[in-house]
Design a binder for this molecule. Structure first.
Ligand SMILES: [Zn+2]
Ligand SMILES: [Zn+2]
Length: 253
C-alpha cells in the first residue's frame, strides 16, 4: 500500500532541506501523480514565507510542473492557527494564488494578539506534560472549528498534535466544509481512536508525509500501517488510490 499523491511537503522556502525540483523528483521516483509544495506561512518564526515571496514560489512551482510531465506539482502553504478565534496567517487574497491551503497548529507561531499567547500556545506547552482540562479542550476545539468554518481550508494538518481537541467536533465541521483531516506519519496523529471518531462523523482523511527532506517525500509508514490495520477504504482516505481527489477550493486532481 502507498499514497498516490503527497499534499504536504516542505522545501528550503521555509525550513525544508531540498528544492521544489528535489521534492518533485522524489515523488516521481515513487510513481506518485502529484506533490504539493506547502511551506510554512509567515507567522512561523524565522522561516515562514513572507507575503512577497509567494509569487516567487508560484513561478518556481509552475516551472517544475511544466518540466516534469508525468507528475503534477502544486503550490500550497501550511498556514498557522494564530488565535483562539480561528484566525490564520494567510489572507484569502494570498490563498487565491495557491492550489491548496493547509492549516496546522504550531506551538511557536506568532499569535495574532499578545493575550492570545496565553491561550493556545501556553496550553500547547502544558499538553506536552499533562492532559489538558475539559475547558481547555473545548477552547482548542472551538478555535479549530471556527478556523475551518471561516477560512477555505483544504487540509487540516496533524490534528491533535500539541493541541488536545475533540475529534468528533472538528470532524463535524470538516465534513460540513469538505476539509480533509490529515493522518500525519511525522507526528503520529491522530491515533486509532481519533480516526474512528473522525470517520464516524463522515469526514474524510488524507495521508501526507510532511517531509522536510526530499528523501522523506511519500514516506508515510505510520499512517499506512493504520489504514491497513483498520481496513480503511479509499472513500475514507482519499489519496490511497487513483481516484481523483476533490478539494474544497476547487482543485480536482
Ligand atoms: Zn505542521
Ligand atoms: Zn508541515
Amino acid at each position: 500500500m502507498k499514497i498516490t499523491a503527497d499534499f504536504h511537503t516542505h522545501t528550503r522556502y521555509s525550513h525544508g532541506t531540498g528544492s521544489v525540483t528535489d521534492n518533485a523528483v522524489n515523488a516521481l521516483s515513487l510513481g506518485m501523480r502529484a506533490v504539493a509544495i506547502t511551506d510554512h506561512a509567515k507567522n512561523h518564526p524565522l522561516v515562514g514565507v513572507k507575503s512577497e515571496k509567494i509569487d516567487v514560489i508560484r513561478a518556481d512551482v509552475n516551472a517544475v510542473d511544466k518540466e516534469y510531465r508525468n507528475i503534477r506539482v502544486l503550490l500550497g502553504l501550511e498556514a498557522n492557527l494564530i488565535s483562539p478565534r480561528g484566525d490564520i496567517d494567510v489572507t484569502e487574497e494570498q490563498a487565491q494564488k495557491l492550489d491548496i491551503l493547509l492549516v496546522g497548529f504550531h506551538l511557536t507561531a506568532y499569535q495574532k494578539k499578545f493575550c492570545d499567547y496565553f491561550r493556545l500556545p501556553f496550553n500547547g506547552v502544558t499538553h506536552i506534560f499533562f492532559k489538558n482540562s475539559a475547558k481547555q479542550i473545548a477552547l482548542n476545539t472551538a478555535a479549530v472549528v471556527d478556523c475551518v468554518l471561516n477560512n477555505r481550508v483544504d487540509i487540516l494538518t496533524h490534528p491533535g498534535f500539541r493541541i488536545d481537541v475533540d475529534y468528533g467536533e472538528i470532524a463535524k465541521a470538516c465534513a460540513h466544509t469538505g476539509t480533509y483531516l490529515e493522518i500525519s506519519s511525522r507526528h503520529r496523529t491522530p491515533d486509532e481512536k481519533g480516526i474512528e471518531k473522525i470517520l464516524s462523523e463522515g469526514a474524510k482523511m488524507i495521508i501526507n508525509s510532511d517531509a522536510h527532506k526530499p528523501v522523506n517525500v511519500g514516506k508515510c509508514d505510520y499512517a499506512l500501517s493504520l489504514v491497513e490495520k483498520m481496513g480503511l477504504t479509499d472513500e475514507q482516505v482519499v489519496n490511497i488510490s487513483d481516484k481523483p481527489v476533490i478539494f474544497r477550493r476547487g482543485l480536482k486532481i
